[in-house]
Ligand binder design. Structure first.
Ligand SMILES: [Zn+2]
Length: 59
């Protein structure tokens, strides 16, 4: 589980908000965790817990 969202490390579905930025899963409820290139990105509730708020891009 990453502590940071690194835009360069996200795949296309993660960057367009279709997949969790932490685990790449596409099922289940997700919460917004920040923006990458102007697009809202999401993570599962449990995954987002491990993402540092300070590191969220433009959150
Ligand atoms: Zn996830």
């Amino acid at each position: 589980m990453p502590e940071y969202i690194i835009p360069a490390d996200l795949n296309e579905v993660q960057k367009d908000g279709s997949a969790c930025v932490a685990c790449d899963g596409r099922d289940g409820p997700m919460i917004p965790v920040g923006r990458v290139d102007g697009t809202q990105v999401f993570a599962h509730d449990g995954c987002a817990f491990g993402i540092s708020t300070a590191a969220r891009p433009l959150a």
